[in-house]
Ligand binder design. Structure first.
Ligand code: NAD
Length: 276
């Protein structure tokens, strides 16, 4: 435990598992108060108990980021209960619509869900907090995008179809939105950055590995986790997957005073898989 974020309030969407939860752990260990939302109310309850028992002040709410009024409501509640929001981490994301793992090609629903959650849900989140941050002339926004938003595919993803295209385009939009928002909010002393994770074994990559297995005969007999590891070993200079806390540590850096002159940047946290 250290005091780096003592008395700071950190607002995270999609925070019950994966990168969102890893980020919550990093901030809680450095003294922050947490406001966590997600679609999954059972996991939210569990998370609240887990963090409270460690002494972290936490509030949670079931919020779908695609419903603007709901996210606005939770922002208001956070400010009422904790007095402010210092750090906002729009993290909730969608990879594709149902049946995604078995398909080679995208369908209309894939475009709709990735746009609704990864683009509009992100804008709903930042729109809901930015007025408060502007008033205080202080704030850090760290968006979770993806290295996939910079390059269409990582080397070695042989056999993959086009099913990921809507996801990749939505994450490119998140990176461009980061640049635009940083320009808009810089004069109010608000830093806006994005982290671009590479590959983590969360529900996201489980679905992608299942997709590789379904499409590529070379992978047909492999377990989805072994497909994931195989690709990491062949294509990532560091040879190991990222963990949720690796992304959380980078987010905490960008939200810290050490990064006070960094804004509008997209930071790869990807074991060297994509170099720009
Ligand atoms: N796992 C990876 O390899 C990887 C790589 C690059 C980027 N990312 C990005 O990281 C972020 C987190 O993904 P993860 O890998 O931790 O996946 P995850 O599935 O473990 O977590 C995503 C969370 O978002 C929540 N969520 C989904 N739709 C939502 C909505 N409409 N409203 C509120 N919450 C919603 C889910 O319930 C879930 O808890 C996503 O934006 C994803 O695109 C992941």
């Amino acid at each position: 435990m250290n005091d780096q974020f003592r008395d700071k309030v950190v607002f995270i969407t999609g925070g019950v598992r994966g990168i969102g939860k890893g980020t919550a752990e990093v901030f809680s260990e450095r003294g922050a108060k947490l406001a966590i939302s997600d679609l999954d109310s059972e996991e939210l309850e569990r998370l609240e108990t887990e963090f409270s028992s460690k002494g972290t002040e936490i509030i949670t709410d079931k919020v779908d980021v695609t419903v603007k009024e709901d996210i606005e409501e939770f922002v208001k509640r956070t400010i009422n209960e904790f007095g402010k929001i210092d750090v906002c981490v729009p993290n909730a994301g969608a990879i594709g619509s149902s049946g995604f793992s078995d398909r080679k090609d995208y369908n209309d629903e894939d475009w709709d869900i990735t746009y609704k959650v990864n683009v509009k849900g992100l804008v709903n989140t930042t729109d809901s907090v930015k007025g408060h941050m502007i008033e205080r002339e202080s704030g850090k926004i760290v968006i979770v995008s993806s290295q996939g938003g910079r390059k269409p595919r990582g080397v070695g993803d042989k056999g993959r179809g086009n099913v990921l295209n809507p996801y990749l385009v939505s994450k490119a939009a998140a990176i461009q939105f980061t640049h635009a928002l940083a320009i808009e909010l810089g004069r109010f002393n608000i830093n806006v950055n994005t982290v671009c994770p590479g590959r983590l074994w969360t529900s996201f990559w489980q679905k992608i590995a299942e997709n590789h297995k379904a499409l590529n005969p070379d992978f047909a007999d492999m377990d989805p986790y072994d497909i994931f590891v195989d690709q990491i070993k062949s294509n990532f200079p560091l040879g190991r997957p990222q963990e949720p806390r690796d992304i959380g540590n980078a987010i905490a850096f960008l939200a810290s005073e050490d990064a006070s002159q960094i804004t509008g940047q997209a930071l790869n946290v990807n074991g060297g898989n994509i170099l720009d």
